[in-house]
Design a protein around this ligand. Sequence first.
Ligand SMILES: Cc1cc2nc3c(=O)[nH]c(=O)nc-3n(C[C@H](O)[C@H](O)[C@H](O)COP(=O)(O)OP(=O)(O)OC[C@H]3O[C@@H](n4cnc5c(N)ncnc54)[C@H](O)[C@@H]3O)c2cc1C
Ligand code: FES
Length: 458
Amino acid sequence: MSTSQTPAVLSPVASSSSLSLAMPLSQAGERLLDRWAGLQRDLRMVLDGFRGVQQPTFSPRQPRRADQQRSAPTSAPSIAQAAPGVLKPRPMVVRQVIRETESAVTLVLADPSGAPIAFAAGQFFTLLVPCDPAGGPPLRRAYSACTSPLDAEGRPATTVAITCKRVAGGIVSNFLNDRSAVGDVLSLLGPSGHFTPLPRADQHRHLVLIGGGSGITPLLSIVRATLQSEPASRITLIYGNRSAADILFRGALDELASQHRDRLCIRLLLDEPPADWTGGQGLLDEKNLQAELRTLSLMPGSTAFQSDLRHEYFVCGPAPMMAAARHVLQDAGVPATQIWEERFASLHDPVTVGGAATQPVPMQLRLGRLGADGQVTKSEHAIVVKPGETLLEAGLAAGAQLPFSCAMGGCGACKGRLREGDVVMSEPNCLSSSERASGYVLPCIAKPTGPVQLDVES
Ligand SMILES: Cc1cc2nc3c(=O)[nH]c(=O)nc-3n(C[C@H](O)[C@H](O)[C@H](O)COP(=O)(O)OP(=O)(O)OC[C@H]3O[C@@H](n4cnc5c(N)ncnc54)[C@H](O)[C@@H]3O)c2cc1C
Ligand code: FES
């Protein structure tokens, strides 16, 4: 891993004249078309999922906006659902182990059959990691893909790489860093998540990626996929770290920046820079972020900001950096629909909320279409939920084709609405307060307190 102090701005910001300013549609019209196309694709994937067909390379879904964290509509079924009704993770072989820095390792994973791995740039997988020497159940942790869903020839990729950074005292991150070896088999659920720009050849926009520490992983996937698939768009990556030794993917970033000088600008910042550092200095706090965005003309109101070009902001990193980015962007008047956030919050270690029924309780489950124009029921199930079981576990065990992906309250793919009864759920989870108020629950972590009636979109 190179730690040389190359200039922090690896390629210059393109002059405004290097971009065509004309947009084929008004932004509002374009958004409507995007939404309609997304709905069509989601529907196709739902149907494909039930037929056992894999998702397409890109898994388009409504992006998660900053004002609706993790509240996008029910997403498509995961690869795991190719076997309907079974909570069946997909085994993956570790093909390569790459030591990125002293505290981060990349695992390149492949399906043993060589089959393509469908995901969208920026999405994450849930790994089931067998790290208990006593043979206890595997621990679940989410890791974002850092590679593109397409291979060098533009075909669906047959490998996916994840990069795991050590967390002090963390069980899985240290296990993966210390013990991973080529040939290991790990199980994956997913892909999950809405932190994706869904690169598309006909789009013309500026993606502004703001990352800190291990938050670079989904951003690198987005950089790679967008450069490959969206030739008219530009990308600026602002990436902060404590020291030069902490910068992840330094070599890959240098290479991408030199290969795509006119489309990719990378700005590195260090909190503890070495004496010869020529890049940005300091934490990515509000003051520094505002200064960076102003200097790069990436914030409404800044000199030479291209207000007629759509700017989309993707933010992933430590919580204080994410809060700073959100404040700066909101204060500058960036619409919430143009801000995406990914939190590496530890959803796997939630506080278990007591109060679940200690006796078996009945669940009336309706699967179908929910909506203002009425419920269209595809199937109904009378299910008994055993003590300790989640609604998802009970439903899948009874053969109901419930959607799910991360199975740990982190993605919203399983979301359903309670008609009757109540549940307890572990916290934190990805439901927004408005979803909670509307009666939505996450069956993958919901345990009933008594008889329940549940509707799930499928
Ligand atoms: C959607 C999503 C995507 C993610 N993608 C990545 C990725 O690409 N690369 C990556 O390295 N990690 C990623 N994470 C974080 C990852 O899932 C684990 O939380 C992390 O590896 C720590 O797991 P652990 O078992 O080592 O820690 P644990 O043993 O579970 O936790 C040990 C202690 O550290 C705290 N802790 C746990 N996670 C973090 C954290 N991320 N930051 C600070 N403190 C923490 C816990 O609260 C606890 O006190 C992602 C998380 C989410 C939700
Ligand atoms: S499956 Fe991800 S939240 Fe339930």
